[in-house]
Structure formats: C-alpha cells, structure tokens
Design a protein around this ligand. Sequence first.
Ligand code: ZN
Length: 168
Amino acid sequence: MEQWGAALYGDPCRECGFDWALTPREAVEWVAGWGPRVEAATRDVEGGRRRPEGGWSVAEYVSHVGDNLRQWTERVQSARLAGERDVAGYDPDALAAARGYATLPLAVAVWSSTLAAVTWADVVGRALDEGVELRHATRGIQRAADVARNNCHDAHHHLWDIRRIRRS
Ligand SMILES: [Zn+2]
C-alpha cells in the first residue's frame, strides 16, 4: 500500500506545516479561496523563476495545482455521474511535459488554476454531502473527505514551494 497524507508528509507536514486535523469542509473552503491566495503569492515574481538547484518554476507549480485539482474533480465526478469508483495515480512530470507548463505564462496558469479550484470546490463539496468513496489502485479507499484534505495539502504545499522560490 502506498503511503499518503499525514503518514507520508508528517502531521503537521514537515515542510509546509499543513495541519491534517482541518475538517474536509475547511479544506474545501481553503481551496475555494485559491484564486486570491495564488494571486498574492505570485505577485511581482517572474513565472519562470525556480530555485538555483532546479525543480519546477513558479508558473509550473501553479499549473500543476490546477491540473491536480482538475484530475481529482474528474475522478470524483466519475463516481458521482457514472458510478466509476476506481482511480489510479498519474505522473505529474509527464503531464507537465505533455501540457507544456514551461511555455504557459504565469497569468494564464493563475487564471486556469483558479477556475479549476472553483469547480473542484463545488464538486468535492457535493461529494462530501453524498459520502462518495473512490477505490485507489495503490492507496485503498479514498473517501471524499480524504480527497478534500489531500488536494488541499497539495495546493498548500506548492504555495510553500512558491514562497521558497521567492526567498531563494
Ligand atoms: Zn506539505
């Protein structure tokens, strides 16, 4: 079984300080506020900036958060709209290459990820009401509550990555 969530990152997260005790509703509210959060975190910074040691750039992190939210919105909708509860992981680096994150302007990544966050919050909020459960190929049962906290952590963690780039 793949480690995920607090077991993988620590509680609170050893890097970004994310507190896994937040409720699923609080997670949904946090992600619903992604637009203003990411705008504040990326104001007056070059989208292509990255840490001297490498890794994703500011704009690439923002694009990843948007795509991660879109990916999970679709998987939750697969359960809600089509009764398809099986889900597997995906390769974020392969997706970054296929979608050309490196050539996407930061302003576009911010706009696109904000749309993804609004849609995600609507869908995951409904899935919480309905008690949706997914079957993940390597993590086992993923309840809507788990998806809410996991996806919130991903976005929170990458805001931390962006702030770290700004300090580097
Ligand atoms: Zn974290």
